[in-house]
Design a protein around this ligand. Structure first.
Ligand code: ZN
Length: 555
C-alpha cells in the first residue's frame, strides 16, 4: 500500500472513530438523562447490568440476539436517535410495510412524546411521519422488508434491521446496497432467534459472540449463565436419549420462598447472578463485529423458578421447547432430526396385552369390553385405520388395520362402539364426504394446511371440517408418545410384519426452505400412513374426551 493510500485509510478510520465516539456519548446521554420507556419510566440499568456494555459500545457493527423483554428494542430506539442526531442517514428496516405505522407510532413517536429532549430535536426538523423523520442533522427512513421498491434511492450511512427473523431475508441483503456510497457503513441487527444459522443467529455467528459471565460466590470462578450447564441436568436412558431434566439445585422446591440457584460447574457453589462484576466474554474474539447473546437469565428481574416451570411443560413438546429456546433463552432451536423411534414405541407398551395379528389388521382380544372409542383414518391406496379407547385418560390402541373400503369402516364403527371419527379429507374428497353424510356417528374431515406457521386447530362446526397445521399436529402426536400418553400392545412390532413400526418411524422433523429463502419446520413425507392414522385418532380422541380442543369449542 502506498503512503498516500495508507494516509487516506487512516484518515477514514479516524473519521469513523470520531463519529462512533460522538454517537456513544449521545446514546449514553439520551439513555441516562432523557429517555423514558413505553411505560414512561426512566431507564433502569441496575436490573439489567448486562445491558450497560451495549450502550458503551463504539463498534461500527453490532448484533443483538436476545430473548423477549431483553431491552434490545429500547436500545435500538435510543441508538438510532443517537446515530441520526450525529448527522448520519439511517435506513431502518422492520419486517412488514403493514406494521410500519404501528411500529413508528408505538415505539418511536411514543419515545419522542415521553422525552422533552427528543421533542426539541424533532421540532426543528423538516419531516416527521411514519416513513421519514428528521432527527437533529440526520434523517431516518423506515421501510418494511417486504416492499423492495422502498429500498431504492436512499443513500444511508447506517442500516438497522429490527426483528431480523421476521424479515424477508433476501431483501435484508439488498439493504446493504444503501450503504455503498457512505464512508461510515455502520450496521445494527436486532432480533429474537428462531432457526440455527438463519436470521439474527446468522449475524450473531459472524460476530465475536459475547456471552454473559458471572462469578461464583464460593470459588470466584466466572461462568457463562448457560441453562444446561448451570440450571438443569439431563437424565439419559441406556440408548443415550434424554428422558427428562432435573434441577441442579437439589434444595429448591416449589413455594420455598427463594429462587432456584444457578450452580457453579466448577465447585457446585452458587453463581452470583446479580454481581456487579458480571462481564461479556467473546467466544469468537477474532471477529470485529460485536455480538451479544442476551438470555432472560442475564437479568435478575426474571426468576429462574418461572423459567423452570415453563421448561418442564415444554420438555416433550418440540413446538413449546422451540418457544422456550427462542423467547426465554434467546437461542435458536435445533429441534431437527426428531423422529419416532423403536425405543419410543417400546416405552408406550403395556405388557399385559397383546394384539391378535392377521395380515392386514391387528386387534385386541374379542372378549375385552370396548368403548366408547375414537377412530382415525388416513386415506391412501388403502384406508389406514387406528381405533383407541380411553384407559385412565391415556389413548389405548385396540385396533390397527389397512382396509379396502368404507363398508368395512362401517362394520368397525359398530364393532368397537366408535363415537368420533377423524378422516383425512384428501385425496378422495367425494368418497369421504359421502361417508360423512351417511354415517350415524360424529365424523370430521381433517385438512392439513400450511406447515410450521400456524399453531391453531380450527373447527368449521357446520360442515364438520377441522383445519390443522401439518407440522403442529405431527408434533403433538410425537409429544404424546414421548409423554407416554399412548398405550401400545406388547407385540406391536409384528403388526403388518413390522410395517407399523416402519410407518411410525419414517417421518423426520426437518427444516425446509421456501422460494424466498425462509425456513420452516416440517416432517418429511414417506410411507407413513399409520403415523397419520395416529394423528387423526389423537384428534378424534381429544374431541371425544373433551368435546373441546385447546379451548376451541366444537359445534
Ligand atoms: Zn464455584
Amino acid at each position: 500500500m502506498s503512503d498516500e493510500l495508507l494516509k487516506d485509510v487512516k484518515r477514514l478510520d479516524l473519521i469513523r472513530m470520531e463519529r462512533l465516539l460522538k454517537i456513544r456519548d449521545t446514546r449514553i446521554d439520551f439513555a441516562t438523562n432523557h429517555h423514558r420507556n413505553t411505560r414512561d419510566e426512566p431507564m433502569q440499568f441496575d436490573s439489567y447490568p448486562h445491558i450497560r456494555a451495549v450502550y458503551n459500545s463504539i463498534s461500527p457493527e453490532i448484533v443483538l440476539q436476545g430473548s423477549v423483554q431483553s431491552m434490545k428494542s429500547e436500545w435500538a430506539v435510543i441508538d438510532h436517535f443517537a446515530v441520526a442526531y450525529s448527522g448520519l442517514s439511517v435506513f431502518f428496516v422492520i419486517p412488514k410495510y403493514e406494521m410500519r405505522t404501528t411500529y413508528v407510532q408505538n415505539r418511536v413517536n411514543r419515545a419522542v412524546q415521553n422525552a422533552q429532549k427528543y421533542k426539541d430535536i424533532i421540532g426543528a426538523g423538516f419531516f416527521d411521519n411514519v416513513a421519514m423523520k428528521s432527527f437533529g442533522k440526520g434523517v431516518v427512513k423506515y421501510v418494511g422488508s417486504n416492499v423492495l421498491a422502498d429500498f431504492k434511492e436512499f443513500p444511508a450511512d447506517v442500516i438497522y434491521v429490527e426483528e431480523v427473523d421476521e424479515c424477508d431475508s433476501d431483501n435484508v441483503e439488498y439493504a446493504l446496497d444503501r450503504l455503498r456510497a457512505s464512508p461510515y457503513q455502520f450496521k445494527r441487527y436486532v432480533g429474537n432467534p428462531k432457526i440455527e444459522g438463519r436470521g439474527i443467529n446468522k449475524f450473531f455467528k459472524e460476530s465475536d459472540q459475547r456471552e454473559w459471565f458471572v462469578p461464583c460466590k464460593e470459588c470466584g470462578e466466572f461462568h457463562e449463565l448457560d441453562w444446561f450447564e448451570t440450571i438443569v441436568e439431563s437424565i439419559i436412558d441406556k440408548d443415550g436419549n434424554v428422558v427428562t431434566y432435573r434441577l441442579r439445585d437439589k434444595e429448591w422446591e416449589e413455594g420455598c420462598g427463594v429462587d432456584v440457584k444457578c450452580v457453579c460447574p466448577s465447585c457446585g457453589g452458587e453463581l452470583d447472578r446479580v454481581s456487579s462484576e458480571g462481564e461479556w466474554r467473546p467466544q469468537n474474539p477474532k471477529s470485529s463485529i460485536e455480538g451479544y447473546h442476551i438470555s432472560m437469565m442475564c437479568s435478575p428481574i426474571n426468576a429462574i423458578a418461572m423459567m423452570w416451570k415453563n421448561f418442564q411443560t415444554s420438555i416433550h413438546d418440540p413446538l413449546r421447547l422451540q418457544q422456550f429456546y427462542n423467547s426465554y433463552l434467546g437461542l435458536p432451536y435445533k429441534g431437527v432430526g426428531h423422529r419416532v423411534t423403536d425405543h419410543l414405541l417400546d416405552q408406550c407398551v403395556d405388557t399385559d396385552y397383546q394384539f391378535i395379528v392377521e395380515g392386514g389388521c391387528a386387534y385386541a382380544s374379542a372378549d375385552a369390553i370396548f368403548g366408547p372409542c375414537s377412530m382415525g383414518i388416513d386415506v391412501g391406496g388403502n384406508l389406514d385405520v387406528k381405533i383407541s379407547e380411553s384407559c385412565g385418560g391415556k389413548r389405548k390402541a385396540v385396533y390397527m388395520g389397512k382396509v379396502k373400503n368404507f363398508d368395512e369402516i362401517d362394520d368397525l364403527i359398530q364393532q368397537y362402539n366408535v363415537e368420533v371419527v377423524v378422516v383425512d379429507s384428501m385425496p378422495e374428497t367425494q368418497l369421504v364426504q359421502d361417508f360423512q353424510d351417511r354415517c350415524e356417528v360424529s365424523v370430521w374431515l381433517c385438512r392439513y394446511g400450511s406447515e410450521g406457521t400456524d399453531k391453531r386447530i380450527v373447527h368449521q362446526g357446520a360442515r364438520r371440517i377441522i383445519n390443522v397445521d401439518r407440522t403442529n399436529v405431527l408434533d403433538r402426536a410425537f409429544s404424546a408418545l414421548k409423554a407416554r400418553k399412548v398405550i401400545l400392545p406388547a407385540n406391536h412390532r409384528s403388526i403388518f410384519k413390522g410395517g407399523y413400526v416402519d410407518e411410525m418411524c419414517g417421518p423426520v422433523r426437518q427444516t425446509t426452505e421456501d422460494a424466498k429463502g425462509n425456513l420452516k419446520y416440517t416432517w418429511s413425507k414417506c410411507k407413513d400412513h399409520q403415523r397419520h392414522a395416529d394423528v387423526y385418532d389423537m384428534l378424534a380422541f381429544k374431541m371425544m374426551d373433551e368435546m373441546v380442543i385447546d379451548d376451541v369449542s366444537v359445534g
